[in-house]
Ligand binder design. Structure first.
Ligand code: F3S
Length: 402
């Protein structure tokens, strides 16, 4: 039976206005569906469902009407990527019609008081939850990072449920908010070399498929850094529904008592080649090389610049990043270095939710296993998957080297 505090009951009864009541109705409905006994206050929210390509007119109307009720978020709330760069959309070839509707979506979110960060890496732009803090995040790769690498507590929220949590400052205490749901039921023994970020993505792809929504516990990845974990978690969240994982000796909850359930199953991974085979088509000509899924940090942009080594690219080359990160990259001369080679550091957007075919792209090379998983079905693109170095070479030559 879900217990509500007097303030929560006031929100539900409409004392704080119809917009807050609607938000609390969503939070309470989810709590009842999942058998929560109470709500918890959240420290921050990440809202997804931003691209006009996915929302359409119905989604935009839903948001605008809710915002018209004068309702505001109560906690720090950041936003997922949109379907275009909010500043450079014209130069990149997005249509006026799409841009106008996409900007209307952003404006609706801003009326709620949401920060239009438009990134799937809120943890790179100041939204960094503490260990054990309850948050309500949407965006599967960010959820995975928050739970696993930062040790915060969030379920995989949907767009409306995350916005409802932001407005009420609450989420229902079920799933990964509870200790018992955070213990691993699948031990993964990694018995092959996992070196590049693409290897981590390939490993994540395989484990995500096997794990479904179970919590994996990795043994054999000691020394994995934040970028590797970002790639691993994003891939598992895409090929499966993994929202939390632990890595022995690395992630904050891995070495706590009872993190690995006594009745766990064990999966041995000794070969990453099946993942590379599954994520690759046999296309050779490449239209676009895409980095930054999840959005790139400065280190990744610097590595691409180093690998380009001043060479001109023969394809389009996009590195997607948060606008704040792009600005830092600009200060460090990295944006100019990418542009001197013919590439772009693109802010605010994600190629998976952008109208890529309207821009004339048919084939893409990427070092992101999440991107390679979703691009064929969501953006209608034919994909090559490999290391950052392989993708840079494809950008320079215009073709994927076998
Ligand atoms: Fe981010 Fe889009 Fe990839 S939201 S994780 S760039 S699929």
């Amino acid at each position: 039976m879900l217990q509500l505090s007097p303030e929560e009951r006031a929100m539900l009864s409409g004392e704080l206005g119809p917009g807050v009541r609607k938000a609390m109705e969503i939070v309470v409905a989810l709590g009842r569906i999942y058998g929560a006994r109470r709500l918890v206050e959240v420290g921050s929210v990440q809202v997804a469902g931003v691209s006009y390509r996915n929302l359409g007119e119905a989604g935009l109307d839903f948001l605008s009407q809710w915002a018209d009720q004068g309702v505001r978020v109560r906690v720090s709330t950041t936003l997922n990527p949109a379907g275009m760069d909010l500043h450079a959309w014209r130069e990149l070839g997005f249509s006026e019609i799409f841009a106008r509707r996409q900007l209307a979506v952003i404006e609706a979110f801003e009326r709620f008081g949401v920060r239009a960060t438009c990134t799937c890496t809120p943890y790179l732009v100041g939204n960094v939850p503490r260990l054990g803090e309850h948050v309500a995040w949407a965006e599967s790769s960010a959820v995975s990072y928050a739970n696993s690498v930062l040790g915060a507590r969030t379920n995989r929220e949907g767009g409306p449920s995350a916005l409802a949590a932001a407005i009420t400052g609450r989420t229902a205490a079920y799933g990964l908010h509870l200790d018992e749901s955070r213990c691993a039921k699948l031990r993964v023994d990694v018995c092959c070399p996992v070196q590049s970020l693409a290897d981590f993505g390939a490993l994540g792809y395989l484990v995500g498929k096997a794990a479904g929504n179970r919590v994996p516990y990795f043994v054999g990845l000691e020394g994995a850094g934040p970028n590797a974990l970002k790639a691993l978690g994003a891939a598992m969240a895409a090929s499966g529904a993994v929202a939390l994982y632990h890595v022995a000796g690395v992630t904050p909850e891995a070495d706590m008592q009872d993190t690995l359930s006594r009745d766990h199953e064990t999966l041995v991974v000794d070969d990453l080649r099946p993942a590379y085979a599954a994520l690759n088509s046999d296309v050779r000509g490449i239209d676009l090389v895409w980095f930054g899924c999840p959005h790139a940090g400065l280190e990744e942009i610097a590595e691409i610049v180093w690998l380009l080594d001043g060479r001109r690219v023969g394809t389009a080359l996009w590195i997607t990043a948060a606008r704040d990160v792009r600005q830092q990259a600009e200060v460090q001369g990295l944006v100019a270095a990418v542009e001197a080679c013919g590439g772009r550091v693109v802010a605010d957007m994600c190629a998976v939710v952008a109208p890529m075919q309207e821009l004339g792209f048919r084939t893409v090379a990427t070092s992101s296993a999440k991107g390679a998983t979703y691009l064929p079905s969501h953006a209608g693109l034919i994909v090559r998957y490999g290391t950052i170095a392989q993708c840079v070479e494809a950008a320079v030559s215009g073709a994927w080297a076998s």
